[in-house]
Ligand binder design. Structure first.
Ligand code: ATP
Ligand code: MG
Length: 732
């Protein structure tokens, strides 16, 4: 008989509240902890594991814990070891993919794989699908490989194999089924598996090998799942199988934070849980330990606008804390500079960079922040995504630009000679490389020489000639263009957009297009003052070196004291003393695509709730009146979610910098902007009156003609930008 030392027990239950203790120390039975953000779900899960090991004397071998990211898994192991004061080997902690992969490596034979099976990432997968379809003699236009890939992955995510697809005499379905089956056979021959296959194959491995299943069911007596609200059908089936009838799962989640419906996650699993696993002990946690009262009130108020919630109310005893700060920025540069000034202030007052997160809806928004952080010499890290100038599509476009400047840039040549694909195969490229090696020529000169000597097959020769001509033509055509026009021209002439749209379906492809458009914005906003260090460079070269520098050293290494930049999706589960929730504009957040559909809008609102609840002490929300993003200048309304935050918890911040400074810093430096300040007929400092907003003072003017705008600080309504053409301001 084991005796439970009261030391162990009190140690683990010490810093938990009553329902948390109840969950951590519960008897073996299915448990579902359903609770809002920051109420200690992850903490409960970690303590539960420590409890099992230390008090129930469960072997770490019999514990399997699934979390959402690798980072979370490492963090979890670390926290458990801290609690126990010793290391826990043998425990399985990881993501669904990581754990499935582990099973397949161990049981490759039973899983019908070769021992050295390789994993296809989504690029590799598409190439494979394309090859298979070519083999089937399918026309790419009629049957875009990208769509077939999408179809295959969807089937796998739902656990469907080709043989169980009903075609109902539908020609398309029949064809897709053939592609799926042929692709499957090709992968099998090549000994490779894609991501979706990893989950499905491991599920089938367990399902079809009763002995193996029994072995693992007997081993993993304790299965714990964090972020349960975001599991998809396959993952849920995987859990049910491993639990069987005997192992009660311990799941924690929050229906209000379900943000992966677009990837097949189903909130219904939360509802089904208590039907599948009986009797389930439902435990609710309502005390939030993360955020101050004002932040929590904002979060509660926003999420209350969603329908069909399971319903809970978070409270805190930590006091109201600071108000939520709301900054109405003039544009995205102003937003970034303001954030940087707040970061400097925070650090001046003794805070650390690592206390801080900048959150945004879309990856492309990081660029301007990166730029301002670099300017301010503030260490930062873009988390869960590549830095802007390091993204594949951006690098492609920059390589084209580089080649127009310097034909002998071999790295650029190598990268884009067959990107987008133009029928130049590896063999041809290898010939060019060799020729360049032998004669010590640049790739460009080697290719030219080989074309002129007719050394390639006619097809390859034509393709290479076409590429050389393309670069020469672009180079000639862009000579007299402005920088942004040059970038635009290169993106269109290279056909990169069409290429990526076809290659990466859905959100990923769309994201790449947005990034390419954002590169045009970057060119538009690029400051070039001939009197600074770029003295004798042309615009394009200056821009390229700027891009190269920005992708270089700036980013701090993981673990260093640095500001973290990430999308709202990537911020799930994390917490920071100071959080910037940026780009709160309708059309951006909530995203344009979501506003017409209730369910999508609600998912955006949950994302907003996730964002707000990351903040511990201070939340700074910002939106811009005008934003250059994806190559367009937008005048968006403040996000509709802002109206859902009670004004009593908000402190609105007015721009501090003077009008002329703003103008100097924020306007573009291209010549056509010079001298426009006074064309509006408005003077800074002038008192004016407006029919609706009353009287105020002009604090900034910009633009000309129909686009002329003035910022007026109204006595009662605060500052607003007005288009003069419509505003009808009366000079007082
Ligand atoms: P999310 O929904 O964002 O994933 P969560 O419910 O998992 O949040 P945790 O991250 O576990 O919440 O906890 C939030 C913060 O509150 C953590 O810093 C945690 O250590 C702290 N915390 C939770 N419970 C307690 C408690 N009883 N006493 C002190 N601190 C606590
Ligand atoms: Mg958590």
């Amino acid at each position: 008989m084991t005796t439970i030392s009261s030391m162990d027990v009190s140690h683990i239950l010490d810093q938990l509240n009553k329902p948390q203790r109840e969950a951590v120390s519960a008897q073996a039975q299915p448990i579902l902890v359903l609770a809002g953000a920051g109420s200690g779900k992850t903490r409960v899960l970690v303590h539960r594991i420590a409890w099992l090991i230390q008090v129930e004397k469960v072997s770490p071998f019999s514990i399997l814990s699934v979390t959402f990211t690798n980072k979370a898994a490492n963090e979890m192991r670390f926290r458990i070891e801290q609690l126990l004061g010793s290391s826990v080997g043998g425990m399985w902690v990881g993501t669904f993919h990581g754990l499935s992969h582990r099973l397949l490596r161990r049981h490759w034979q039973e899983a019908n794989l070769i021992q050295a099976f390789q994993i296809l990432d989504s690029d590799d997968q598409l190439r494979m699908v394309t090859r298979v379809m070519r083999g089937l003699g399918l026309d790419k236009k009629e049957w875009p490989p990208k769509q077939a890939q999408w179809y295959i992955n969807n089937c796998k995510d739902e656990g469907i194999r080709p043989q169980s697809i009903e075609d109902y005499d539908d020609k398309t379905t029949r064809q897709l089924r053939i592609i799926y089956a042929t692709y499957e056979a090709a992968c099998q021959r090549a000994g490779v598996i894609d991501f979706a296959e990893m989950l499905l194959r491991s599920l089938e491995l367990l399902r079809d090998n009763p002995e193996l299943l029994q072995h693992y069911q007997q081993r993993f007596r304790h299965i714990l799942i964090d972020e349960f609200q975001d599991t998809n059908a396959l993952q849920y089936a995987w859990i049910r199988l491993l639990c069987g009838d005997q192992n009660p799962p311990f799941a924690v989640g929050d229906d209000d934070q379900s943000i992966y419906a677009w990837r097949g996650a189903k909130i219904e699993h939360i509802q089904q849980f208590s039907q599948h696993f009986t009797p389930t002990a439902m435990i609710k946690l309502e005390q939030n330990y993360r955020s101050t009262g004002n932040i929590l009130k904002a979060a509660n108020a926003v999420i209350a606008h969603n329908e069909g919630r399971l319903g809970k109310n978070l409270w805190t005893d930590r006091g109201e804390g600071e108000l939520v700060h709301l900054y109405s920025a003039f544009n995205e540069l102003d937003e970034a500079r303001y954030s940087v000034s707040r970061i400097e202030e925070w650090v001046d007052q003794g805070g650390h960079y690592q206390d801080i997160a900048i959150l945004y809806r879309s990856n492309a928004q990081s660029r301007v922040f990166e730029s301002s952080l670099n300017e301010g010499a503030i260490p930062y890290r873009v988390y869960g995504g590549l830095r802007f100038f390091e993204r594949a599509e951006i690098k492609d476009a920059l390589c084209y630009l580089r080649l127009t400047v310097n034909r002998h840039d071999d790295a650029s040549f190598d990268r884009v000679i067959n990107q987008p694909t133009r029928g130049i195969g590896n063999k041809t490229v290898e010939m060019i490389r060799q020729h360049s090696r032998h004669l010590a020529l640049s790739f460009w000169d080697a290719a030219k020489a080989l074309v002129e000597a007719n050394s390639f097959t006619p097809r390859a020769g034509n393709a290479v000639r076409g590429f050389l001509q393309l670069i020469n033509t672009i180079a000639t055509e862009i000579i007299d263009l402005s920088l942004e026009e040059q970038v635009e021209k290169i993106i269109s002439a290279s056909k990169l957009k069409a290429y990526y749209l076809k290659k990466d379906k859905g959100e990923v492809g769309q994201g790449r297009i947005e990034n390419l458009n954002e590169l045009i914005s970057a060119a538009q906003g690029f400051h070039y003052r001939p009197d600074d260090e770029h003295a004798d460079m042309d615009f394009l070269t200056a821009f390229l070196s700027h891009a190269a520098l920005e992708s270089g050293e700036g980013q701090a290494k993981a673990g260093n004291d640095c500001v973290q930049l990430m999308t709202l999706h990537a911020a799930k589960g994390l917490e920071f003393p100071l959080v910037f929730l940026t780009g709160m504009e309708d059309g951006l957040f909530p995203s344009e695509r979501s506003t017409s559909e209730q369910s999508k809008l609600e998912e955006e609102r949950r994302l907003c709730y996730v964002g707000i609840t990351r903040a511990e002490k201070q939340l700074v929300i910002s939106y811009t009146e005008q934003r250059r993003l994806y190559g367009y200048l937008n005048y968006n309304q403040p996000s509709r979610f802002l109206k859902e935050i009670p004004s009593a918890v908000v402190h609105t911040i007015r721009p501090k910098i003077k009008a002329w400074q703003r103008h100097f810093h924020l306007s573009k430096s291209s010549p056509k902007w010079k001298g426009t300040i006074n064309e509006t007929g408005m003077n800074i400092g002038q008192r004016v009156s407006h029919a609706k907003f009353g009287e105020g003072v002009v604090i900034d003017v910009e633009g000309a003609g129909k686009h002329a705008r003035a910022q007026v600080n109204f006595d009662l309504e605060g500052s607003k930008w007005l288009v003069l053409h419509y505003a009808n301001l009366q000079v007082l």
